[in-house]
Write a protein of this length. Structure first.
Length: 339
């Protein structure tokens, strides 16, 4: 097996992290790689670091573009890549040395178009895992995929390898500031009924200060909620994708609950709460009657939709670290309004 695998790496001001990412890519046991580093208008020394690597390894291709966001950087990579397969690796994350080899073998052997692995969230750039000598790759349907794989695996477009045929007509929504990669992945799931699941941790998500997942509310977040709703409307017209619709609705309501919490104290609070109410009301009766969504989730979604305070209390009970968040939320959002 010697198929070319393209790895698209979006980079924006990652001079302290991109070297670790690239080391993990050039040291992959699978060698036939095209590594597209898309510099999204960095103002630090990221370009110097990438160019230093590319001088030593011709598989690394440096591409500069004006700043437009991570989705625009990934889309440029999708326009350029030449491989039979493609994957995304964020510039501050890194891979197990055998990641590409293991995921690709499973995908090809099982004749799948998507290969998925587990993710480890770590705050250590030097995390290493031993050599993997035995592992399990299996083809699983969408229902088992949603049950078997940790949620962060499904929320990300990374930790996956895709066939060129599958992604050729898909692009990331550049109008979204949240969940753009989740919706990209879900759009691909509309085209397949199964995926290859590798039960190994091969993708390392580096949790750094200032990363996107640590940023609070921003004005574009309601756009993501609307995008989820539009996606559900499309699936509602496809009876064969009813299971996928159920799963997307679960994500829609979880995002709605979080959004309602984050917006409190901001200048957009009333507007966002009204939007959450509008979209939530649109789907809540469907959720309440849908037996494909388990009974516990249906009950919780109904209760939490009609009572934000009960949702926040439940979050507090299950995650005591939310105490500090609730204490600082109004103060932080109030300060943001003064800026």
């Amino acid at each position: 097996m010697n198929a070319l695998v393209s790895i698209i790496v979006p980079v924006y001001n990652l001079e302290g992290y991109i070297d670790n990412c690239l080391k993990s890519l050039v040291n992959q046991t699978y060698r036939n790689l095209e590594i597209l580093c898309i510099d999204d208008g960095s103002t630090d020394r990221s370009a110097d670091v990438i160019k230093s690597f590319s001088e030593k390894d011709s598989r690394i291709i440096y591409v500069y573009k004006e700043n437009g966001g991570v989705s625009s950087a990934r889309n440029l990579g999708l326009d350029m890549f030449k491989g039979e397969y493609v994957m995304f690796v964020d510039g501050d994350d890194f891979l197990h040395p055998q990641a590409v080899e293991i995921m690709l073998v499973g995908l090809v052997d099982l004749s799948m178009q998507i290969s998925v692995c587990n993710v480890l969230v770590t705050d250590k750039k030097d995390y290493t895992s031993g050599n993997i000598t035995s592992y399990e790759s299996k083809d699983i349907g969408l229902e088992e995929l949603f049950k078997s794989v940790e949620q962060i695996c499904l929320l990300s477009s990374c930790n996956k390898i895709y066939s060129k045929h599958l992604v050729s007509s898909n692009r990331f929504d550049e109008t979204l500031s949240r969940s753009e990669d989740t919706l990209f992945f879900f759009n691909l799931l509309k085209k397949v009924n199964k995926a290859c699941y590798v039960d190994e941790t091969l993708y390392y998500y580096y949790l750094r200060q200032g990363s996107a997942t640590r940023i609070g509310f921003d004005e574009n977040m309601p756009n993501t909620l609307e995008a989820y709703s539009v996606f559900c409307e499309d699936l509602l017209r496809e009876k064969s994708k009813r299971l996928l619709l159920n799963q997307i609705l679960i994500f829609l309501y979880k995002y709605l609950f979080v959004l309602r919490t984050l917006c409190i104290g901001t200048k957009s609070e009333n507007k966002v709460l009204n939007e959450c109410k509008r979209i939530g009301s649109k789907w809540i009766s469907f959720v309440a009657k849908d037996e494909l969504i388990n009974f516990k989730n249906r009950v919780l979604f109904i209760i939490f939709f009609y009572s934000r305070h009960l949702y926040e209390l439940a979050r507090l009970i299950t995650d005591p670290t939310m105490i500090d968040f609730y204490k600082n939320r109004r103060k932080h959002n109030g300060d943001c309004q003064k800026d």
